[in-house]
Design a binder for this molecule. Structure first.
Ligand SMILES: Cc1cc2nc3c(=O)[nH]c(=O)nc-3n(C[C@H](O)[C@H](O)[C@H](O)COP(=O)(O)OP(=O)(O)OC[C@H]3O[C@@H](n4cnc5c(N)ncnc54)[C@H](O)[C@@H]3O)c2cc1C
Length: 461
C-alpha cells in the first residue's frame, strides 16, 4: 500500500464520520467491486464518506500524500474510473439523501444516489427529471457526463436540469456552483465529467411526469430486420418529442409474452415510452405495430418508475463488459447492413446493440450552452459487448471493436463521454468538440495539478 504509514491512516480516520476501508478489512473486497466485472483494481484506501467534510478530508489526504484519487458515485462507469490501483477512492455510495420541494419543483440529492433513489423521491410527488434507463446507475457520473433516457427528447439532458451543485475542489474548499456562482465551473460540470472536483450534492429542476405512462416493447423476428429498421428511421425522425423509441438487437430473453420458439433467437426490439396522455400515445405507436408482423408485444400503461427498472434484469452487475459507441446525425442503410451482419455473429447471448433516439430537446440547445458538446446527435449506437467468463474476453472484445469499425463510416465522429471505455482517451476531444479548450481553461482554474485525473481526462490549459 504505497508506503502509507499507519500513522497517516490514523490521522485520516480521526473525525471521519464514514468508514475507512483498507485491504485488511472484511468489507474491502465487496467495496472494490463495481458494475463492470472486467475491472479489478486494488485501492490502498477506500474512504466511504458520510458527509461533505469526509470528502474534504479524503481530497486533502490524497493531495497532501501525492496519492492517485478516484471518485466513486454509482460505480457504473464502463471504464472503471470509479476505482484506482494503490491510491484512494472517495466513495460516495453511502451518501444518498434526497429532499424534494414540490412547490418549487426542485430536488436536492446527495451524489451517491442511484437513479432509482432519485426517481423514488421525485415520483412520490408526481415529479421527475430526465435520467438514464437503468435504475442502478449513479446520478453523479450520469449527470456529469450529460445523462439521457426516456424523457430526454421531451425535456433535455439530466445535465440540462442541473440548478446547482456543491463541489469539493482540489484545494479542499467547499463551493456552490450555479449559473451565478462559479458560472464557468457550473458550465463545465454539465457534461465535463469528474474533472473539476468532487460533487457532493446536486440540485435539479423537475417536471410533472406520470406517475403512469404508456411504455413497453414491440419485438420483431430478425428476418425482418432491414425492413423494420428502415421504417423505424423514418418514424423516429418524425415522432413528437413525447415519444421515444429505442432499438435493441440481441438474442431474445425468455420473456413471457414471446413465443417459446423465439427465445434465444435474434430479434429487433423497439422499446418505447410516451411522455404524455397514454391514449394519444397508443394511436401514435400504432405504426410501429405495423412495421411487419411482430413476434410479440408488451405495451401498456404502467408506473414510470416500473419502466425505469424494466431493463435492470438484463443489466445486472457482475458480468464482463466492453462497450463501443458512436453518435449519428442520420441512420444510413449501410449502417443497418453492418449491424445486421454483426448481430448474426453475436459472440455471447448477453451481447447486444442498442440505438438510442436523441434529438428533440437534447438538440435544441447550442453546442456551447454547456460542456456536453454533442447537440447534433439524433441517434447513438452502443455496442454492449457483455459476457460471463474471462475465457470469452478476446472473442467478445474483438467482436465489439470490429462492429465499431464497420459502423464508423456512417457515424458523426462525436461520442458520448459516458459510454467510452478505458482505452479511448484519444476520443476525449471528439466528445467535447469545440468545448474542449474552454473546459481545459476551467480545469486549469479549479484543478491545475490534475488531482482529478482518473476519468476521461481534460488536461489543464
Ligand atoms: C447498465 C448501464 C446503463 C446505462 N444507461 C445509461 C443511460 O441510459 N443514459 C446515460 O446517459 N448513461 C447511461 N449509462 C452510462 C452512465 O451514465 C455512466 O456509466 C456514468 O458514468 C455512471 O455514473 P456512476 O456514478 O454510476 O459511475 P461511477 O463509475 O461511480 O463514476 C464514473 C465517473 O464519474 C465521475 N464521478 C462520479 N461521481 C462523482 C462525483 N460525485 N463528483 C465528481 N465526479 C464524479 C468520476 O470521474 C468517476 O470516475 C449507463 C451505464 C451502464 C453501466
Amino acid at each position: 500500500m504505497a508506503n502509507l504509514e499507519a500513522r497517516k491512516i490514523e490521522e485520516l480516520k480521526r473525525g471521519f464520520k464514514g468508514e475507512i476501508l483498507l485491504p485488511s478489512d472484511g468489507a474491502y473486497e465487496s467495496a472494490r467491486k463495481i458494475w463492470n466485472a472486467m475491472i479489478d483494481k486494488r485501492p490502498a484506501v477506500i474512504a466511504r464518506c458520510a458527509t461533505t467534510s469526509d470528502v474534504v478530508r479524503g481530497v486533502n489526504f490524497a493531495r497532501d500524500n501525492n496519492l492517485v484519487l478516484a471518485i466513486r458515485g454509482g460505480g457504473h462507469n464502463i471504464a472503471g474510473s470509479a476505482l484506482c490501483d494503490a491510491g484512494i477512492v472517495i466513495d460516495l455510495s453511502q451518501m444518498k439523501a434526497a429532499h424534494v420541494t414540490p412547490d418549487a419543483r426542485r430536488v436536492t440529492i446527495e451524489a451517491g444516489a442511484t437513479l432509482a433513489d432519485l426517481d423514488a423521491a421525485t415520483q412520490a410527488h408526481g415529479l421527475a427529471t430526465p435520467v438514464g434507463i437503468n435504475s442502478t446507475t449513479g446520478i453523479a457520473g450520469l449527470t456529469l457526463g450529460g445523462g439521457f433516457g426516456w424523457l430526454s427528447r421531451k425535456y433535455g439532458l439530466t445535465a440540462d436540469h442541473l440548478e446547482s451543485a456543491e463541489v469539493v475542489t482540489a484545494a479542499g474548499e467547499v463551493i456552490r456552483a450555479s449559473a451565478t456562482e462559479h458560472p464557468e465551473l457550473f458550465w463545465a460540470l454539465q457534461g465535463g465529467g469528474g474533472n473539476f472536483g468532487v460533487v457532493t450534492r446536486f440540485e435539479f429542476r423537475l417536471h410533472d411526469v406520470g406517475p403512469n405512462l404508456l411504455s413497453g416493447l414491440i419485438v420483431y423476428p430478425f428476418a425482418d430486420a432491414k425492413s423494420v429498421l428502415r421504417q423505424y428511421r423514418d418514424f423516429a425522425l418524425k415522432a413528437p418529442d413525447e415519444l421515444t423509441v429505442w432499438v435493441v438487437m440481441r438474442k431474445a430473453p425468455p420473456l413471457p409474452f414471446l413465443p417459446a420458439e423465439v427465445h434465444g433467437k435474434e430479434v429487433v426490439v423497439f422499446a418505447l415510452l410516451y411522455a404524455g396522455d397514454p391514449t394519444q400515445g397508443e394511436a401514435l405507436i400504432e405504426p410501429i405495430r405495423r412495421f411487419g408482423t411482430p413476434a410479440g408485444a408488451h405495451v401498456g400503461v404502467q408506473p414510470y418508475t416500473a419502466w425505469q427498472q424494466a431493463f435492470d434484469p438484463l443489466l445486472t452487475p457482475g458480468a464482463r463488459n466492453y462497450w463501443k459507441s458512436h453518435n449519428f446525425t442520420k441512420l444510413d442503410d449501410g449502417l443497418f447492413d453492418a449491424l445486421i451482419e454483426f448481430v448474426r455473429t453475436l459472440p455471447s447471448p448477453h451481447c447486444e446493440i442498442f440505438i438510442a433516439s436523441l434529438g428533440g430537446a437534447t438538440s435544441r440547445q447550442r453546442p456551447d450552452s454547456s460542456a456536453y458538446g454533442q447537440r447534433d446527435a439524433q441517434f447513438l449506437m452502443n455496442v454492449h459487448g457483455r459476457w460471463e467468463s474471462p475465457a470469452e474476453d478476446q472473442r467478445c472484445i474483438s467482436w465489439s471493436r470490429e462492429l465499431f469499425k464497420a459502423a464508423a463510416p456512417f457515424a458523426s465522429g462525436g461520442v458520448y463521454v459516458n459510454f467510452m471505455t478505458a482505452d479511448e482517451g484519444d476520443r476525449v476531444r471528439s466528445a467535447y468538440g469545440g468545448n474542449y479548450e474552454r473546459l481545459s481553461r476551467v480545469k486549469q482554474q479549479y484543478d491545475p495539478g490534475n488531482l482529478f485525473h482518473t476519468n476521461q481526462n481534460i488536461t489543464p490549459a
